[in-house]
Design a protein around this ligand. Structure first.
Ligand SMILES: CC(C)(COP(=O)(O)OP(=O)(O)OC[C@H]1O[C@@H](n2cnc3c(N)ncnc32)[C@H](O)[C@@H]1OP(=O)(O)O)[C@@H](O)C(=O)NCCC(=O)NCCS
Length: 164
């Protein structure tokens, strides 16, 4: 197995079938363009390949911040569902750690959904530790908020009618 950066449209497109297992909202027809947009902020995709077949993919960025200095952040990491528990995830994580050192980073970091217990076991086994809680708030533009409020009012009125 070898791990390499996927740089051409064709190579990036070849990552879709595995990446969509982690990010099911992605669309095949817009995937490459979306990766190309993110590349402007330093995003890159690497794939674990066996005889040309994509077995696993990872997306990452290197950036500097005040809290951690130079940091390699893993946006996405996924192994093809039929090839899990064979060491592919571990190999990709080792590659990412080596890449972080090559790029003078002192930390490798990532967020993992609270429901991904299997992945948490994997990261803890790989020597990572849980250092933070990740807080998110959805931001709604004003006009959408107004639409939502109007829809809620209609719903409430309907509910009142039906409970009478
Ligand atoms: C997490 C993930 C990338 C690990 O890849 P992998 O190729 O299976 O990794 P390895 O073979 O090196 O290690 C597997 C170990 O991870 C843990 N693990 C990860 N996911 C697991 C799951 N769903 N169920 C059980 N164990 C899991 C186990 O400890 C397992 O060890 P074992 O095979 O001895 O039981 C892979 O499970 C995956 O793609 N999961 C779904 C997507 C995901 O959650 N990605 C992480 C996003 S933050």
């Amino acid at each position: 197995m070898n791990i390499k950066k996927m740089t051409t449209d064709r190579q990036i497109h070849a990552c879709f079938d595995v990446m969509v297992q982690l990010r099911p909202h992605l669309r095949r027809d817009t995937f490459v363009a979306s990766v190309r947009r993110q590349e402007k902020n330093g995003y890159q995709i690497v794939a674990a390949l066996e005889a040309g077949r994509v077995c696993g993919v990872a997306g990452y960025r290197v950036f500097e911040c005040l809290s951690r200095g130079r940091n390699l952040y893993v946006d996405d990491l996924v192994t093809d569902v039929v090839l899990r528990s064979r060491g592919i995830g571990q190999a990709m994580l080792h590659w990412l750690a080596a890449e972080a050192l090559r790029q003078r980073c002192r930390h490798l970091s990532l967020d993992s959904g609270v429901q991904r217990f299997g992945a948490h076991r994997f990261y803890l086994r790989e020597g990572m530790c849980i250092l933070a809680h990740h807080f998110v708030r959805e931001l709604v533009p004003e006009e959408m908020a107004a639409d939502r409020a109007a829809a809620q009012t209609v719903k409430r009125k309907r509910a009142v009618k039906t409970t009478r």
